[in-house]
Design a protein around this ligand. Structure first.
Ligand code: DCP
Ligand code: CA
Ligand code: CA
Length: 571
């Protein structure tokens, strides 16, 4: 790292899920709103916070202290009664589109569904070299309408009855100092603050969402001060103010110290605040925490070298469901029913991710909690939910200790499915089939079926020489960056059906042999009538909202128009 300070920002959306609901129902803007899931509150609008409404508060209590509150329920999933967070993920994508499209010199790291770290250093340096900033900043503070300088006096932390704080005056003095004292680090923070004002204004313009931000020379301090003047404000913390800001900061409020490590530090040294921690020598810390001592000592003084890493996509896609108390699963059929529903939910998300991010997950971890946690991973060969179900079932069934054939012991209190280890690209077979189906469906709709080049496909083939998941697994991967289909790119909303049985018979009959073969390969472990189906013939009793799998699928002879509908993703 160079010896000059970086300029790092953390942007965090204000009461994010609540704003997503307000955007969906615009009459709720400016009103007290809470987002509810399984009778628990996940998000609270700032208007409702004024009444004392808090996350996880009892709903009865909420209605009592704020009778006019609008309660918005998180929708439940299509394949199970698991919450469907798609609308919040989509809203998050809207925000990240703005962030990623702002300037290619800004590094964007997705830190959670509603927050991102930005490394603005390169862009800031460019601006410093190309603009007359003292001139620009001396004339007006209009460029910093929501900026606070965290200097320890900006909050009334000591409960001083005389406390008064003038944001504009403090800002003016600070900007003057940045411009005139030849203090390059301060000036660079000021430019960073101006940029973040612009980025936040653009987020508001393009998504309607309000957010807050922290700006500092590192991630830890940027994150720490982000919420200092929420909502709709941003806070800059210069290095010289680190110690006064940290003095009264609770150890548990610091990034990476909110969990076990933070609690261990507080316990071992009998301390609560970062100020107390900074008074402990590196040697003393080393005695208690040899592996983390250097890092803890640096963090105690507001020093954090962690880089902002370009990361936009989630590193894993997971679904998980708790079955606490009386809802614990104690029959084989219930476990199968839930595994099936959860797998479909996961495949739905994986398929959306595949289309959007042109990548494919390689590993699926199946986890299940009974009296203890159990789990195992397997390689993903196909996104067919039936095939994945069979592989997951083969793992999970071994955790059952019951003797009775339909019993499950000990009862399951959680099932989780997590897909990870993504590789770029979409496998060739899946792409070939999608391409063929899309062409076919289009031609059917437009009545040009006969003109279709039967069996000829614009398939970009890549040799995956260094591809561990290559042809040996019946997969080829397309490098989507350089190689694009020559003639036909399926529109985003077209997709492959979940199983071979879902493809109408007449379409199958008409399908060129090589595609049929590819298709069979694509659907992988389970081909129709292969007799390998491991699912029980008895469909378990329907659980709250879980959809039944029909025993046999009745395939109607679909009309031409219907076929294209079939291969068009339904919202
Ligand atoms: N969330 C959740 N469960 C939690 C915490 C959060 O589902 N235990 C969801 C709802 C939040 C969103 O994630 O709207 C973002 O979480 P934040 O902690 O950033 O909180 P908010 O954005 O709601 O509020 P704030 O304005 O304080 O950031
Ligand atoms: Ca937030
Ligand atoms: Ca957040």
């Amino acid at each position: 790292m160079s010896n000059r300070n970086r300029v790092i920002a953390l942007i965090d959306m204000d009461c994010f899920y609540a704003q997503v609901e307000q955007r969906l129902q615009p009459h709720l803007w400016g009103k007290p709103v809470a987002v509810v899931q399984y009778n628990g509150i996940l998000a609270v609008s700032y208007e409702a916070r004024k009444y004392g409404v808090k996350r996880f508060m009892n709903l009865e209590k909420v209605k009592e202290i704020c009778p006019e509150i609008a309660l918005c329920n998180v929708p439940s999933g299509e394949h199970s009664d698991k919450a469907d967070l798609k609308r919040y993920r989509d809203a998050s994508d809207d925000v990240f589109k703005v962030l990623n499209g702002y300037d290619s010199r800004v590094i964007v790291e997705r830190a959670s569904i509603d927050e991102a770290f930005l490394d603005l250093t390169e862009l800031v340096d460019f601006i410093i070299a190309s603009e007359d900033l003292p001139e620009k900043y001396s004339s007006s503070l209009d460029l910093f309408p929501t900026t606070y300088i965290a200097d320890g006096n900006d909050l009334n932390e000591e409960d001083n009855p005389e406390w008064q704080y003038d944001r504009e005056k403090t800002l003016k003095i600070w900007i003057h100092k940045a411009c005139n004292e030849n203090n390059n680090d301060l000036l660079r923070l000021a430019v960073g603050a101006e940029l973040v004002e612009q980025i936040r204004a653009r987020i508001k313009e393009e998504t309607q969402f309000r957010c807050s931000a922290g700006i500092a020379s590192n991630k830890m301090m940027a994150k720490l001060v982000c919420s200092r003047h929420k909502p709709g404000q941003q806070t800059v913390v210069p290095d010289y103010a680190f110690s006064s800001i940290l003095r009264n900061t609770k150890i548990s409020s610091v990034r990476n110290l909110g969990g076990k490590l933070g609690r261990a530090i507080m316990g071992k040294f009998s301390i609560q605040t970062m100020g107390e921690l900074s008074a402990i020598s590196l040697e003393e810390i080393s005695e208690q925490f040899p592996a983390q001592a250097k890092w803890i000592h640096a963090i105690a003084n507001g020093m954090d070298e962690e880089e902002v890493r370009e990361r936009d996509k989630a590193i894993s896609i997971a679904v998980s469901k708790n079955f606490t108390g009386s809802s614990a699963l104690f029959t084989v059929s219930a476990v199968q029913s839930w595994l099936d529903g959860l797998m479909k939910e996961l495949v739905k998300r994986l398929t959306e991710d595949q289309i959007k991010n042109q990548r494919t997950a390689c590993t699926l971890h199946v986890g299940c909690t009974m009296d203890a946690q159990f789990g195992k991973s397997f390689q993903i060969v196909t996104y067919s939910s039936d095939a994945l179900y069979n592989s997951a079932w083969a793992i999970i069934r071994n955790f059952n200790k019951a003797v009775d054939s339909n019993a499950w012991e000990p009862p399951i209190v959680n099932i989780s499915l997590s897909a990870c280890r993504f590789r770029d690209g979409v496998d060739v077979s899946s792409k070939r089939i999608t391409d063929w189906i899309c062409q076919k469906a289009k031609a059917l709709v437009s009545g040009e079926e006969d003109n279709l080049p039967s069996g000829s496909f614009p398939i970009p083939v890549t040799d995956s020489t260094d591809d561990e998941a290559g042809t040996s697994r019946g997969f080829d991967f397309i490098e989507t960056v350089e190689q694009k289909p020559a003639r036909y790119v399926p529109p985003e909303k077209e997709f492959l059906p979940e199983s071979l049985e879902d493809i109408p018979e007449d379409l199958l009959a008409d399908m060129p042999e090589d595609i049929k073969k590819e298709l069979t390969l694509y659907y992988g472990q389970r081909t129709p009538n292969s007799g390998k189906k491991q699912k029980p013939e008895v469909v378990p009793k329907k659980k709250r909202g879980a959809k039944k799998r029909p025993l046999t699928k009745v395939v109607e002879q679909p009309a031409a128009k219907k076929i294209s509908d079939f291969f068009t993703k339904k919202e």
